[in-house]
Design a binder for this molecule. Structure first.
Ligand SMILES: NC(=O)c1ccc[n+]([C@@H]2O[C@H](COP(=O)([O-])OP(=O)(O)OC[C@H]3O[C@@H](n4cnc5c(N)ncnc54)[C@H](OP(=O)(O)O)[C@@H]3O)[C@@H](O)[C@H]2O)c1
Length: 265
């Protein structure tokens, strides 16, 4: 029987991985994880200079430089231009991590129809970029892995009491988006399985940025988590490398919760 060493299965050497929103709190750690596993990483930001700066900071890949590319996933022309730039420079995309997220502060009380629709447009961006990648994989008769970023708030509702006296509740349109991302993942996984493209999602639990989130909120989120704490960005590296690599070669349509047990009770 042909049995590959497990560390070889996790290796991304020779793969090109495109991760959007790499300037963000979690994106930067996941981009590093992909590079540490051996991938040539393409990192995006809406600002080209920022993307290039991030690419230059990543651990070096064997033989190829990482690449920084400008991409606004709410804009179809920008998505197409970014994808063309990557394939022109590196010839292919083996792994796509749809991580970027344009945020909203509007809640169920004050979101207008346009606010709500703009939040859902993040999913349209994920889809549009993923389809370009899928079409390219099919053209090359290769294989690919798409990873979407969902959220614990795409699996269960936020608890409004968590935000009492601290700030507005978590936005309804955000939770609609992230619930939709899980279904987008399942739909594409099924429709693209014959094409050799696996599609999975990661649903992070509480990963507030301690530099930005109120201490009271971090305390409450920690108390509600079975493991008694919030996550740190490094704790997403394993999940993203698993889903990107051959270690998950028979996994598709899965939503991987990385949440300290948030949804276990
Ligand atoms: N942090 C958490 O607790 C948590 C929990 C569950 C799920 N998540 C999910 O994990 C992902 C990353 O979260 P994060 O906390 O790292 O978010 P973040 O710090 O806000 O980073 C998101 C990044 O997305 C980019 N972005 C915003 N609008 C964009 C657009 N229209 N087109 C392309 N890029 C855009 C921004 O980069 P530029 O400004 O450089 O373009 C930003 O740095 C998100 O999908 C989020 O929903 C996070």
């Amino acid at each position: 029987m042909n049995s590959r060493n497990v560390l070889e299965q996790f290796s991304l050497t020779g793969r090109v991985a495109l991760l959007t929103g790499a300037s963000g709190y979690l994106g930067e750690a996941m981009a590093s994880g992909l590079a540490e596993a051996g991938a040539t990483v393409v990192v995006t930001s809406r600002t080209l200079g920022r993307a290039e700066e991030l690419a230059a900071q990543l651990p070096p890949a064997a033989g190829q430089e990482h690449l920084g590319v400008a991409l606004d996933h709410q804009d179809e022309a920008s998505i197409t231009a970014a994808f063309d730039r990557v394939t022109a420079a590196l010839g292919k995309v083996d792994v796509l991590v749809n991580n970027a997220h344009e945020t909203t502060t509007k809640t169920w009380r004050d979101a207008t129809l346009d606010d709500f629709a703009a939040q859902l447009k993040n999913a349209a961006g994920y889809f549009t970029l993923a389809r370009l990648m899928r079409d390219d994989v099919v053209r090359r008769q290769a294989a690919g892995s798409v990873i979407m970023l969902g959220s614990m708030y795409g699996q269960v509702s936020s608890d409004p009491r968590m935000y009492d006296g601290i700030g507005p509740p978590n936005p309804v349109a955000y939770q609609t988006l992230k619930g939709g991302v899980a279904q987008l993942t399942r739909h594409l996984a099924v429709h693209w399985a014959p094409d050799g493209v696996r599609v999975n999602s990661i649903s992070p639990g509480p990963f507030p940025n301690p530099q930005k989130a109120p201490a009271d909120l971090i305390f409450r989120l920690s108390a509600k988590t079975p493991m008694g704490r919030i996550g740190t960005p490094d704790e997403l590296k394993g999940a993203v490398v698993f889903l990107a690599s051959d270690a998950s070669s028979f996994v598709t349509g899965h939503d991987l919760a990385v949440n300290g047990g948030w949804t276990a009770w």
